[in-house]
Each structure stands twice: as structure tokens, then as C-alpha cells.
Design a binder for this molecule. Structure first.
Ligand SMILES: Cc1cc2nc3c(=O)[nH]c(=O)nc-3n(C[C@H](O)[C@H](O)[C@H](O)COP(=O)(O)O)c2cc1C
Length: 389
């Protein structure tokens, strides 16, 4: 950490990493200590936070830290710290460790928008990138009090955490692959204030998109309505209705290596949605429903050769028979079948229990697991299919 006003956010980052099982060594510049105390980090990480290079008993800390690190994250990275790192300075424990390490280094800049836009900073950032360092772009948002808003704000700890995951988890089977994931429920308008929809929360698709992105894929998440925060990292396209989702899928599928359809698009839409709010006084009226656009038609028309298409089938009883029919009828490579009537499965919860059916007739019954774990299991199989095994 270097000495910026965003230093307080690094406490949350250290906590997120520690909670995820990482051993987190915090190295602070002298200026960083003006903003947050080393003791705070020791309490959060359970490890000694270090700041001094000339400390009896710690003579070779910079070498040890540099060697042991799987990844080095500098957050916040001040304009000054990046200037020193870009010029190979080693005048404190942090910059000496940066020179001594051969691990991936991720700089997370945070500063006033004028400091960020200054040609010196622009040049230093470009030089750091040329040297092979990763430098996140800062967010555009509110800066220090009275400074208004602009580019320079440190990305949120969850975003930095996701980037660390991507550095550590990059997986050769998915790195650089284009993966499209659909998630959430679409909403079909009845009138300007009402809609038809379903109980999909978007958790499953969000978990697949987050995990695929961490594995190094180039991920686009096409999201209907969701009850969960969408993951940091993937590009997000919002699609309110099934027609909008079908249009987004048909555009994206052309360059996709894999498509995972975890969304629950509405199957029916109201034929003539009312342009004005339906009034109670008008009495009940029947809604005339018509089928929505068939997303899978767009998929089979536009898919690349060798791409992997995975569908989900949520049924209420007799799920595997129906899933097998859908796999064939829709020409999928794999279908993930889940049964809403089973405990812990389907919409809403954090878990699922699914059966996987593949084009070559294989059936796998997976045990009850977290949707985040199921996402990993699916990506293992998609990676293997993409690589021909
Ligand atoms: C209140 C305050 C807030 C600061 N915030 C930032 C900041 O957000 N980004 C930045 O680059 N410098 C900021 N600075 C300036 C740095 O602290 C200063 O350049 C320092 O020398 C950085 O040292 P370091 O890079 O060794 O940590 C701030 C200074 C003060 C007094």
C-alpha cells in the first residue's frame, strides 16, 4: 500500500483475501502509515504488517516477501509510488520488494483526477504496462471531499479481489476464450407498470460468469432481472425482455466459443401490452399470450463451428426425461437439469442438485452443492469440450 486517501478500502481488500484463504502480507510505505495503522492490518490478516526496510531482525524481508508472493497487489498505488516503480527505485520496503519479485504485480491507482491525467502519470503508467506490470484503470466517481467526481477513484475491494482471482486462477483451457452467459429472469410487459416474469434470481449465471472470468475467459454476461450483484469483470449487457435477450444472444453468439444459458427467459409475452395502466374499475380481462422469440433458434443460426452450447432445464418432476428431450430438440452439447421440487435445487437458493446430460449420451448425477461450486464443475467440462477431450 502506498499513501493515498483510498487506503481505508485496502482494509476490506486484505480481509476479503484473508477470508478466501490467502496468506496476506501487508507492506506499507511511510506515507501509507499516515492513513491506516499497521495494527489494523495485523488484526485483519493475522500476520505482521511491515513498513520499514531498515529494521533489526528484518534485514531480508524484501527478498523473502518478493520470493514468497504468488501475486503482489499495490492498492492504493499513488502517483508517487508508480513514478518510483516505473523508474526502478528501491528506496523503501515496498519498492525494493517490487524490484526483487518475479511474481505478477497488479497496480491499483487511486488519486485526484488531475494527478491521474498529468502527462507524467500517464507516461509512468504506460511505462509500467510496457514493463509487463498490470495496471487497473481507476473508476470514474466521487473523489476526496470537495474534489468532485472524475477518473481517479480506486476500484472497490470486490473488484480488486476479482482481478487477483483472475491472476491466480487463469486456466489454460479457458484463457482468452469468448464465453457468453445469460442469467436472470426476463420481464414481459402487461402494461407500463406490470409484467409477467418468474422467480429466477440470476445467481447461477452470475456464478458461472464470475468463475469463467477468473479463469481468464473473455466473458459477456447477458442479464435479465437479477436479485444479486453482478460480478466485477465480465462485460454486462442488460436484456429486459426475452426479445431483447434473443437479440443480444444472436449478436454475441457469432464470436462465442461457448454459451451458457442459465437465464430464465419468459416463454410467453402479452400479445398487445396496454400502453396505459389497466384499471381495476375496468374489471378483470383475459391476457392474450403469445410465445416469445426462440433464443435457441438465434443460437443455431449464428454459432461458430466447434463452439459449446450449454442449456439449463428447470422442471417440476420427471426432469431428466424432459431434459434429454430438450437436449436433442435444441441441439445442445450439454444440458444441466434441475428439479424445482427437490430440496436445495432450482431457483432462489445458493445450492443446486443437477444432472448433466451430454450430446454423446452420457449422464452424470452431481451431488447437492453450492451454485458457485457447480459453476466450477460446469467450466471444467466446458474447458475439456473446447479442447477436444
Ligand atoms: C490527505 C492526503 C491525501 C492524499 N491522497 C493521495 C491519493 O489519493 N493519491 C496519491 O497519489 N497521492 C495522494 N496523496 C499524496 C501522497 O500521500 C504523497 O505523494 C506521498 O509522498 C506518497 O508516498 P508513497 O507513494 O510513498 O506512499 C495524498 C496526500 C494527502 C496529505
Amino acid at each position: 500500500m502506498s499513501g493515498g486517501i483510498a487506503a481505508y478500502k485496502s482494509v476490506s481488500l486484505a480481509r476479503l483475501l484473508t477470508q478466501a484463504g490467502a496468506q496476506v502480507d501487508v507492506v506499507l510505505t511511510r506515507a501509507a502509515l499516515e492513513f491506516v495503522g499497521a495494527i489494523t492490518f495485523e488484526a485483519v490478516t493475522g500476520r505482521q504488517a511491515l513498513a520499514e526496510i531498515f529494521e533489526p531482525g528484518h534485514a531480508l524481508d524484501h527478498i523473502r516477501l518478493a520470493r514468497e508472493a504468488d501475486v503482489v497487489v499495490v492498492a492504493p498505488a499513488t502517483a508517487d509510488l508508480m513514478a518510483r516503480a516505473a523508474h526502478g527505485h528501491a528506496d523503501d520496503l515496498l519498492t525494493a520488494s517490487l524490484l526483487a519479485t518475479s511474481s505478477t504485480v497488479l497496480f491499483v491507482p487511486a488519486m485526484n483526477d488531475h494527478m491521474w491525467a498529468h502527462p507524467q502519470t500517464v507516461r509512468n503508467v504506460a511505462h509500467l504496462r510496457e514493463l509487463g506490470y498490470k495496471v487497473l484503470d481507476p473508476d470514474d466517481g466521487p473523489l476526496a471531499v470537495g474534489e468532485g467526481s472524475g477518473p481517479g477513484r480506486m476500484p472497490e475491494p470486490e473488484t480488486i479481489f476479482a482481478h487477483v482471482g483472475r491472476i491466480l486462477e487463469a486456466d489454460s483451457t479457458l484463457r482468452g476464450r469468448r464465453i457468453i452467459v445469460t442469467t436472470g429472469a426476463t420481464r414481459e410487459p402487461v402494461d407500463p407498470v406490470r409484467f409477467l416474469s418468474n422467480h429466477s434470481t440470476g445467481k447461477m449465471g452470475a456464478a458461472v460468469a464470475a468463475a469463467a472470468w477468473r479463469r481468464g475467459a473473455d466473458v459477456t454476461l447477458i442479464a435479465g432481472h437479477t436479485d444479486v450483484d453482478l460480478p466485477a469483470g465480465p462485460r454486462v449487457i442488460r436484456a429486459d425482455t426475452t426479445a431483447a435477450m434473443a437479440a443480444a444472444v444472436s449478436e454475441e453468439i457469432r464470436s462465442a466459443d461457448a454459451l451458457v444459458m442459465a437465464a430464465a427467459p419468459a416463454d410467453f409475452t402479452v400479445k398487445d401490452a396496454s400502453a396505459t395502466k389497466l384499471k381495476r374499475e375496468g374489471g378483470a380481462s383475459a391476457l392474450d399470450l403469445v410465445e416469445t422469440a426462440d433464443i435457441l433458434k438465434a443460437v443455431s443460426a449464428g454459432r461458430k463451428r466447434g463452439s459449446v452450447i450449454v442449456g439449463f432445464a428447470l422442471e417440476t418432476g420427471d426432469a431428466t426425461t424432459r431434459g434429454a428431450e430438450k437436449l436433442r430438440a435444441k441441439n445442445l452439447d450439454m444440458i444441466v437439469v434441475n428439479d424445482q421440487t427437490e430440496a436445495g435445487a432450482g431457483f432462489g437458493g445458493d445450492t443446486n442438485r443437477v444432472t448433466l446430460l451430454t450430446r454423446d449420451g452420457k449422464r452424470e448425477d452431481l451431488p447437492l452443492m453450492l451454485k458457485t461450486e457447480l459453476a466450477e464443475q460446469l467450466l471444467d467440462r466446458i474447458g475439456a469440450m473446447l479442447n477436444g477431450s
